[in-house]
Design a protein around this ligand. Sequence first.
Ligand code: PEP
Ligand code: MN
Length: 353
Amino acid sequence: MIDLNSKKPLIIAGPCSAETVEQTLQTAQELAQSGKVDIFRAGVWKPRTKPGGFEGMGIPALPWLVEVKKTTGLPVAIEVANAKHVESALAFGIDMFWIGARTTSNPFSVQEIAESLRGTDAPVLIKNPMNADVELWNGAVERFAKCNVKNLGLIHRGFSGYGSSQYRNTPMWHLALEIKKRLPELPIFCDPSHICGNREYLQEVSQQAADLNFNGIMVESHITPDAAWSDAKQQVTPADLVTLLDSIVWRNEGSDSVAYQTSLDELRGVIDRLDDEILKLLSRRMEAAEGIGRIKRENNVMILQSSRWNQVVERVLARSEELGLSHDFLNILLEAIHIESINKQNHIMKSEQ
Ligand code: PEP
Ligand code: MN
């Protein structure tokens, strides 16, 4: 049985799609020879946004994966999107499965697959749904758990958004952290290939995953990436994959070193004291806002004074550089403060009527 926690980082790599027997075997051999890959992935059924693209080789590709297993010793993983896929894959002895982002988005499909895998020991990795919905992701995990699928894991592959951005799928790391918090016992892998949609940011995204304590990555690699039948822009050669993997620093979760522990405790103490100060100041700021609420109430003036608020924001943002705090952060912080001030003033208006 494959233990997803047996090694950290666990590296799953292989082409987006199994295209031909030669491409599949050659890619697998090069990846296995690198000694850096633990599990071979290849798509056999490809969910495509539009009809007419390469939809995967289907069942004829399954014996190629059996051959990969035999010749390289690597366990093999494929995407399954319905019960028929599962049935064929199990018949060929495929070792591991993943649920694609489009499938996770559909509870009917997830339920069907979970039932077809009932009781299996084979690992099932559940990709996040296309949309930024942690409940749906969590719900898919629950469906598998209810069918007694015990060897579960997660794959974070970013979320689809409207319009163009640096990424094909926005990472929204906070959602990966949220699911990690809810399901701390499940290993979570990052799929930098589908987040990036190109080769340029693979390193950056993989490093971010390593820094956020992911259990490993699933990354696409192809012997001739530019000629790939699907996701050509984001795949890398096995040689480039080695360079990528060597460049990722997987740091320790902690350290027993006394010096490390002492400095950490000291800095944590500083942070706790500063947090206390910040909270006291915020509380005093709210008291001042309540004072303003009273004056407004006495003079029958409405709470929201947009021009004043714009001044507050402008004044603070003008100091952003000097403070070393980004506009994004200051905007979020000010908005939270503003909402609380308005709530306090509202309360005053109501209670003193
Ligand atoms: C894939 O892994 O090749 C794939 C289709 O991924 P996703 O479901 O994340 O789009
Ligand atoms: Mn792909």
